[in-house]
Design a protein around this ligand. Sequence first.
Ligand SMILES: Cc1cc2nc3c(=O)[nH]c(=O)nc-3n(C[C@H](O)[C@H](O)[C@H](O)COP(=O)(O)OP(=O)(O)OC[C@H]3O[C@@H](n4cnc5c(N)ncnc54)[C@H](O)[C@@H]3O)c2cc1C
Length: 433
Amino acid sequence: MPCEIISPWIKEMEDRPMGEPLVDDERTDIVIVGAGIAGTSTAYYLLQESDLRVSLLERTKVGYGASGRNGGQGIASVERSFKDLMGTHPGAEIASMLNDIDQGHRMVDEICRHIGLEDGLFKTTIWTGLSSLLEIQRQLEEMRLRAQYGAPIHPLMIDKETIPLVEIDPGLADMVSTTTTSKLKEVLCTRDRYIAAYPAPASLANSGRISQTIARHLLDNYPDRFVLHEESPVTSISFTDAVKARSQEGSVTADAAVICTNGYPPPEIESYEVPLISRSLRRYVASMVAHTSEENNAPGAFTYFHEEGDPEQEPYFYLTRRSFLLNGKDLVTVGGPQQPISEELDHGAEYPSGIYARIDGFLSRSYPRKLREEEMMCWNGPMGYTQDGMRLVGQDPQVPGLWYNTACNGIGFLPSIVGGWRVAAELKEALSR
Ligand SMILES: Cc1cc2nc3c(=O)[nH]c(=O)nc-3n(C[C@H](O)[C@H](O)[C@H](O)COP(=O)(O)OP(=O)(O)OC[C@H]3O[C@@H](n4cnc5c(N)ncnc54)[C@H](O)[C@@H]3O)c2cc1C
């Protein structure tokens, strides 16, 4: 099927430049590298909560990275299980991180209200469908650990034919209910059969458009303290007397740099061979497909673990449905398996070949509502993963003046905003000493 290689989120965004390229040697207090949702929300909280000056340097255009190419699901979850994370982190730290990112729902509401973007925020529920006993057991273990350490916990519905096969911890009995196959199909909006499902809050939005609108708000409200340079890739950052971020034609000297470059290769950190980011970042590319529709359904978000077997070995799909701002009708986007990448990401290529047809095949088999088959959009985007599955937020332990709000680990929209708030608070404190 012919497919237009573009993200629908980018279709909803401004196409005109917002900042001139960096061509001089400039001075500021904080230089932020990367203007996706992580970089713009870090700038937003820094400017709002302090008197510091901020320069934001972007390789291409604001919001055109992963923030304008994702699934649009603002969800407070992480890809790695609680049990898995406990291999490297104490349970209390994991629970604190999960409680922190849960605040992302409130923060994105506040930001959208403040910058006048309420039309682009859809509050709904994300339903996750499970199709094997192993997945149910893992979810029950997740619930048990979350309850034990005080992290947010979501109820689980299990098919009435499956529930006798499942051993349920008596402490979780209140959180597990019995349901039917048809109810599961209804909540998951699918033709496929699942044997369990759980709901969680979702804030659906175009994070590229939020990034652009934040940048516009900052340019309008902080003309003396905020500078934005687009088309200005930072090639290196040095940390001698001051922090200096260099592009091909200019530089910005500052007291601190915040790296918000997600799954793109980070700039070279001069004089330090192994700063945390170079040691820990693994780069991936994820692919998506979208169709528009003549229908006008309620917004919804769904994740499907759809094949029998080990969920860590099998692909999964995530579907988002909400109103397309260009025509007010449903836009349905689906993302599928991702793969590692070492070279420069080519938005025109397929990773691997045939991935769009595979994702679209899943959508046409399982989605029960009518889509405009002839209008298909396909796109990919970068993801940065850390070795331990925890986002890099805060100061580099070795390099004075180097800070991070980066590494999406698959689910990074709300965590980027929460990370921006945290880094801004820590930088304000550190620079006032
Ligand atoms: C296909 C796909 C689907 C996804 N779906 C979801 C989802 O449904 N929910 C969710 O929570 N997360 C999802 N994510 C992850 C989410 O998109 C990211 O976590 C989030 O957008 C990251 O924001 P960011 O600002 O860190 O990264 P980006 O938006 O990628 O921004 C990084 C910016 O840094 C710039 N940059 C890079 N190098 C340099 C340099 N040297 N100098 C200057 N600028 C530089 C880039 O141009 C880019 O604009 C998805 C990601 C992808 C790719």
